[in-house]
Design a protein around this ligand. Structure first.
Ligand SMILES: Cc1cc2nc3c(=O)[nH]c(=O)nc-3n(C[C@H](O)[C@H](O)[C@H](O)COP(=O)(O)OP(=O)(O)OC[C@H]3O[C@@H](n4cnc5c(N)ncnc54)[C@H](O)[C@@H]3O)c2cc1C
Length: 542
């Protein structure tokens, strides 16, 4: 059997090596357009900043090493230019010697990845994009020539990573993002923390504006701002590379990726597609989705090899778990965010907490901002987001695992998570989310969100801030009066019979105060996440 694979990186190479482990005799040919295979695309931004010093560190394998270990026939600088579906062959061009030839296949696996989106802005040709080792060499050469200024267009994962690395190289860096926030997978009150970190480290951010013109020395924005830009990097997102599939008449799905079934077969069952080019199935609503991340590309590559080898496979759905570092922060998200749930019309409940990464009494405890979104009736976990210096990764990974395992939000309280003071708390932040979810779903407490505060005030709610006078004095929600939690019993005469919105710093004392007020006969609601969530939200920032 001959298996031909288009694309020799994440999905393609996972399929190739798994295929070999399952079939010692198959002829496996990997065709890769660029000069390298098995390179670490996720590490590319760190080469720009010199965090990864040696280019060789990005090159995980070579055609020779892959042949030695796996007897793979890996051909670099070799582009598949077309697929003849009926004749089961591909046309190939070698860019080094310009040789063109055809290869027949029994099974074809497409893993051509995704291309950076480059919008038709005047002058955009001089913008650089980042996808391959050759791309990063170009960017690194330009950066090593010490440009005075750089503009990164796009504040997504790759944009913020490149921006940070440009700062490491001493380049004055501006990020332009058309949305009103960076990092689209986050909700705005979480993304604000990231924007703060970027600004703190010297990056200038322009949010809610787009680039409309690129001149030889500047980038002009839609609001008329002119930015000095010796170097321009375009990172507004990627689009599935479907050119080969489309030309071959393979079905393209509703989201613009190659349509595949549960086994990653395309509309032609001898041709598979994996990785960024292929559509995925969303685990939350079963819809087709695009998730250009390495984990899925690798996983699907392996599943395809299993399927070709006749092994039982199961459909791999996605919840889009992702993580990124921005200077001292780690930022992670899984599942759906509030923006997407609102747009889809699905009901949900939200919890914001601000726990420490480990026991507060153990040195160096750092506060995390954690968010959980779940179904108010079933408790199904719909999403999670976290921002903090440490400990975000494991909380989001636990939440991601809970989503896939069908663990509900209140059941997070039951998880037995590894604990000793340097690592966590006896009631881990994830357990706490479970406790709060249980309180909310059972109706024990009512909570309101940061974006409801002024509406509730207008509706006649009394806003009571139960923090200490010094905390209150350092900043409070407009209209809130200060009655510290420990003084509530003695100061009930200051409270009217109108409903109350209680806030503290992070929601915990507010919960105690809300329960107390309820016992005293008042109608009290706790502000979820407290003043801290409010203060970082668009309700307070900008
Ligand atoms: C800068 C950067 C940082 C990233 N960071 C992360 C991260 O931190 N975490 C994460 O999960 N994901 C990250 N990703 C995304 C991740 O790298 C991709 O999801 C993953 O590599 C997709 O695998 P793939 O096999 O679909 O495509 P790729 O790994 O992109 O491989 C596709 C290959 O196919 C080749 N090709 C295309 N067309 C042809 C053709 N016609 N003939 C021959 N060869 C062809 C291309 O040259 C390319 O090398 C990052 C991506 C980039 C670019």
């Amino acid at each position: 059997m001959r298996v031909v694979i288009v694309g020799g990186v994440a999905g393609g190479m996972s399929a190739a090596t798994r295929m070999r482990r399952l079939d010692a005799d198959a002829e496996i040919i990997v065709l890769e357009k660029s000069g390298y295979v098995s390179y670490a695309n996720c590490g590319l931004p760190y080469f720009v900043g010199g965090v990864i010093e040696e280019e060789d560190a990005l090159l995980l394998q070579t055609p020779a090493s892959l042949h030695a270990r796996f007897k793979l026939d890996v051909r670099v600088a070799t582009e598949v230019t077309s697929i003849d579906v009926a004749a089961k062959k591909v046309a190939v061009k070698n860019w080094q010697d310009s040789q063109e030839y055809e290869l027949t296949f029994d099974k074809l696996i497409l893993s051509p990845g995704a291309s950076p989106v480059v919008p038709p802005i005047p002058g955009i040709e001089r913008a650089l994009t980042l996808r391959t080792v050759e791309d990063v060499e170009k960017i690194a050469n330009r950066v090593n020539a010490k440009p005075k200024s750089a503009v990164v267009i796009g504040g997504g994962f790759i944009g913020v990573e490149i921006a940070e690395n440009l700062v490491h190289k001493g380049v004055s860096t501006t990020v332009v993002e058309a949305a009103r926030q960076v990092l689209a997978p986050l909700d705005p009150e979480m993304a604000t923390l990231v924007a703060k970190e970027m600004r703190k480290n010297g990056i200038t951010l322009h949010l809610g504006v787009s680039a409309k013109d690129v001149t030889d020395t500047t980038v002009v924005l839609s609001d008329g701002t002119v930015l000095e830009a010796e170097l321009v990097i375009m990172a507004i997102g990627v689009r599935p590379d479907t050119s080969l599939a489309k030309a071959a008449g393979l079905a393209i799905g509703a989201r613009g990726g190659i349509e595949v079934d549960d086994f990653n077969r395309t509309s032609n069952h001898d041709i598979y597609a994996v990785g960024d080019a292929a559509e995925k199935t969303d685990a939350i609503d079963g819809s087709a989705t695009l998730v250009p991340l390495a984990n899925l590309a690798n996983r699907h590559g392996r599943v395809v090899a299993d399927h070709i080898a006749g092994r039982a496979t199961r459909p791999i759905k996605t919840i889009g778990t992702a993580i990124v570092k921005v200077f001292d922060l780690m930022i992670a998200a899984t599942g759906w965010n509030e923006k997407r749930l609102t747009a889809s019309g699905r009901e949900f409940m939200v919890i914001h907490t601000h726990p420490n990464n480990h026991a507060g009494y153990y040195p160096d405890a750092k506060q995390i901002a954690l968010k959980l979104i779940f179904d108010p009736k079933t408790g199904e976990i719909l999403g999670g987001q976290g921002v903090g210096v440490d400990g975000v990764d494991k909380r989001i990974d636990v939440i991601a695992t809970a989503i896939r395992g069908g663990i509900t939000a209140p059941e997070l309280a039951d998880l037995e998570l590894a604990y000793a003071p340097p690592f966590g708390s006896a009631k881990d932040p994830v357990n706490m989310l479970g406790y709060i979810a249980e309180n909310m779903m059972s109706g024990l407490v009512k909570t309101a969100q940061w974006n409801q505060t002024q509406d509730l005030r207008t509706a006649g709610y009394q806003l009571i801030d139960v923090r200490s006078p010094s905390e209150y004095g350092a900043g409070s929600i407009p209209g809130a009066i200060n009655i510290p939690v420990d003084e509530i019993r003695s100061r009930t005469s200051e409270i009217t019979s109108a409903p109350i919105l209680v806030n503290c710093q992070v929601g915990q004392r507010g919960h105690t105060a809300t329960m107390l007020l309820k016992e005293l006969g008042f109608d009290a609601t706790n502000l979820d996440g407290g003043y801290l969530t409010y203060a970082n939200s668009p309700a307070a920032v900008n």
